[in-house]
Ligand binder design. Sequence first.
Ligand code: P53
Length: 469
Amino acid sequence: MGFPDNFLWGGATAANQIEGAYLEDGKGLSTADMMTAGSPTLKRDITAVIEPDRYYPTHEAIDHYHRFEEDIALFAEMGFKCYRFSIAWSRIFPQGDETEPNAKGLAFYDKLIDLCLENGIEPLVTISHFENPIGLQKYGSWENRKVVDFYLRYAETLFEHFRGRVTYWLTFNEINVMSTMPWNAGGISSADEAVKMTAAYHQFIASALAVKAGRAIDPKNKIGMMYAGHFSYPNSCHPDDIQGNEDFMHKMMFYPDVQCRGYYPNYKLKELERQNITLPVLPGDAEILKEGTVDFVSFSYYMTHVCGKNTTGILRGLNGLETGYKNPHIERSAWGWGIDPKGLRYALNYLYDRYQLPLMIVENGLGAADTIVDGKIHDDYRIDYIRQHISEMKKAIDLDGVPVLGYTSWGPIDLISASTGEMSKRYGFIYVDLDDEGNGTKQRIKKDSFVWYKQVIATNGEDLDWKEA
Ligand code: P53
């Protein structure tokens, strides 16, 4: 009973949200580097060039590029078994279309990965997490099939270079974000459905080819897909609400359906037909998709939604996360995300029923403002959130028999928010002295949750109680 012995406890980050050093050692500009800081009420701008008087939070971020040794030491102190991070494509292929990788870019990840391994931490690498080299814009980014070849060259470079050191990989972070935030997902600035569906198609092909290549390079590799955990309940038991909710779930679930089953589900093909959208299918693609299905399913889990007959079937609102209905039975975070620990057990069962593949929760956590009192951060609200989610995950394992490989909480160290670009939306067990305008010493301070998470890992998830220091 309880968590398996080799359960992968840890944390997850993304290069653009922590590294900084955005032009160092030959790195090229990425799509993330063009995004200004926003707020819950102010959308982030995407500028065509870097404007000198604007603040771009990823440029320095929390300076992990220069402080990774301290950061990994802190993760090791918490007892991490696993660290999920992404590799910045634009460090390895600065413009995206070079034929030879940038040695200095690989060297940084050599140091990072070796340090993880020395500390007994299993690296889990996201190959593409919300950043594409800006150099790919001239091709139209993922709208162009050429980008599939560039991605494959990049992925193969990583599989070869890190062979024997990295076994767990994710091809794309939150691939379904192509529908909600296409710039983040694929450097696509058009909101046109045909463009987005073309770009998503190319990412499916790229992912499948990468899975095949990764297996050929090292049969030990385990390569997964990553779903932005959008799970929705019907607004009522009215049959029209059930159908409205299913329509929404189909908009999201076709992504993991393709990556786990190896073909487009009928409901999606029919919808594309109604929308007069023709996918850019080349001969042999059906086989590529079929042969490149994933080994495991990973997902982020922050919230649940409510949909029904009056929802349009897509997420909307400033950060593309509103359905129009609010669940009156759950609380919301200060950033308006509906907190639903029980929904995590539901989500795990939902995904396992559908795919019968091992699962991994690769993001979960509470974005909250923290205050320092006498040099300490008493973040009992964060402990509470994660504690409840872990106990629901445990039920899915113990009561439902769902195979869960691991749990990496989002942002174990405070980092730049993807949706708002803020620093004040903090997820960490480790506080970073940095504000929303980029001021601060970037000093690291352990929060109460640091001590608590260490205990959770040390007891393999058995002791979730917070004992005030
Ligand atoms: P922030 C939307 C819905 C769920 C997860 O988000 C999402 C998004 C897009 O923001 O993104 C993931 O920073 C993403 C991370 C991101 C994290 O959730 O907006 O993979 O890069 O930081 C949390 O609070």
